[in-house]
Design a binder for this molecule. Structure first.
Ligand SMILES: *Cc1c(COP(=O)(O)O)cnc(C)c1O
Length: 451
């Protein structure tokens, strides 16, 4: 069979998420309390997260049922198509087959609603009235705003001030979904006031915005906090991507040789790859799992596997992860979603164990790949997703050279229709590359907390 779009019927949507924790090659090192450096307990997390998500965070159950109300919302856009990029194959003159799992078809335009919806649902079930969060470019903020509206919760988004001013359209989208959006740092939290008193013109950062959102949630009884990546439960919600893909490959009698995804905090890649990682670890399946990151923020390829804070200010728990240091400020590349200093602890463990490999790519090459994809398949990809496209193209070209008919699959984590100013820069030949240097590498060690 030679299908272009492998579509699952609505009733074929997976009914449970896959939790990789019981299948790890070694136990996951616990997160540590930032003050006591002791392993974190449920009571430490209770002010910020509902109990069901805290349970999921440490669960050893291999599969966790997806509640009917969540499936009902998922069905607005799921199952998503697995698509064959046949015109791209032709343009590359490769014997390889290239597939992509199209997560850009969700209402917010990315994979992020896969976790926004369950997070809001569990908060709603436990009586929470409002959620706070941070957002950089606005992908996560728009996913959470939309999910909050669907379940009747209020949503407060602390949006990094530069993005608030430079990228009005995502802000307007969030406001359209009913969210209250603040340019962070604000003068309504102590964290924000402190920053503003020291530097009134602060452009803000994701780290500051996290501090503000966490403080807001901790101070209000009816309010909790929500994070769009990195945490175990977030990655688990995203496995709906890989579970559907498995069914789709089964339908056409194929199995991917190479699976590729971009990595910011690690949620779309892990969601796509973990169900296949299980088959690789348990059933001896031969499959390469490639995580792609920007050379400007090369967490896996250049970072150290140590305990570090999740935020810049040092308020969050310490997690064992590959990190470039919590005060590392990556260059302002256009793939805003890939500028995180760390990565999900689950993904880091599998990378350390050699189950997952990683590669870093340069921004200009990424945009060239994005253009080739847009020109052949018509879809304008998010700059983040284009990192995966770049490596898929590289692998397909390698197949052209060796004559191998490999099956290559990448996750299209989102579309790029809110990233047109970045594309304009590319068209004007105004994309600047910046690489991580040895100087940076030397600084990581010194910046890490002593554990
Ligand atoms: C947020 C985002 C990413 C990066 O986050 P992960 O947690 O690594 O998936 C990648 N692509 C898109 C489109 C995003 O919005």
């Amino acid at each position: 069979m030679d299908l272009r779009r492998i579509i699952l019927a609505e009733n074929e949507i997976p009914k449970a998420w896959y939790n990789i924790q019981p299948d790890l090659p070694s136990p996951l090192p616990p997160s540590l309390h930032p003050g006591t450096l002791q392993p974190l307990g449920p009571a430490d997390l209770a002010p910020l997260f509902p109990m069901e998500l805290i349970k999921q965070e440490v669960s050893q159950e291999r599969f966790i049922d997806i509640p009917e109300e969540i499936l009902d919302v998922y069905k607005i856009w799921r199952p998503t198509p697995l698509q064959r990029a046949k015109r791209l194959e032709k343009a590359l003159n490769t014997p390889a087959k290239i597939y992509f799992k199209n997560e850009s078809v969700s209402p917010a335009g990315s994979h992020k609603p896969n976790t926004a919806v369950p997070q809001v649902y569990y908060n709603m079930k436990e009586g929470v009235k409002r959620l706070t969060t941070e957002t950089g470019a606005g992908q996560w903020g728009s996913a959470l705003s939309s999910a909050c509206k669907l379940f009747g919760l209020d949503c407060t988004v602390y949006m990094v001030k530069v993005s608030f001013n430079q990228k009005p359209y995502r802000r307007i989208l969030m406001e359209t979904y009913g969210a209250k959006v603040h340019a962070s740092p604000t003068n309504i939290t102590e964290s924000g006031k402190k920053i503003l008193s020291e530097s009134p013109d602060s452009p803000g950062s994701l780290g500051i915005a996290i501090s503000e959102a966490v403080e807001d949630a901790a101070k209000h009884d009816d309010t909790k906090y929500s994070l769009g990546s990195v945490l175990n439960h977030v990655l688990m919600h995203q496995t709906i991507i890989g579970l559907e893909s498995q069914k789709q490959f089964e339908k056409i009698g194929e199995y991917p040789d190479i699976l590729i995804g971009c990595v910011g905090g690690g949620s779309n890649f892990s969601g796509f790859a973990f169900p296949f990682a299980k088959e690789k670890m348990k059933d001896g399946k031969k499959i390469r799992l490639i995580a792609v990151e920007p050379t400007a923020c090369p967490t896996l390829t250049k970072g150290l596997y140590r305990y570090d804070f999740g935020d810049t200010v040092g308020l969050t728990p310490l997690m064992k992860m590959y990190t470039l240091g919590h005060n590392f400020m990556p260059a302002a590349i256009h793939a805003g979603g890939l500028r995180y200093h760390g990565d999900a602890p689950l993904l880091c463990l599998l990378y350390d164990a050699g189950v997952v490999e990683a590669v870093a790519v340069r921004q200009k090459d990424v945009f060239a790949a994005a253009m080739q994809f847009a020109h052949t398949e018509g879809i304008l990809p998010a700059p983040e997703s284009s990192h995966a496209i770049k490596v898929a193209i590289d692998e397909a070209i390698r197949c052209r050279e060796t004559g191998e008919k490999k099956v290559i699959a990448f996750a299209l984590s989102g579309h790029g229709y809110f990233d047109l100013s970045a594309y304009e820069k590319y068209l004007n030949n105004d994309i600047i590359d910046s690489d991580f240097t040895d100087e940076h590498t030397k600084m990581i060690e010194a910046s890490l907390p002593k554990v």
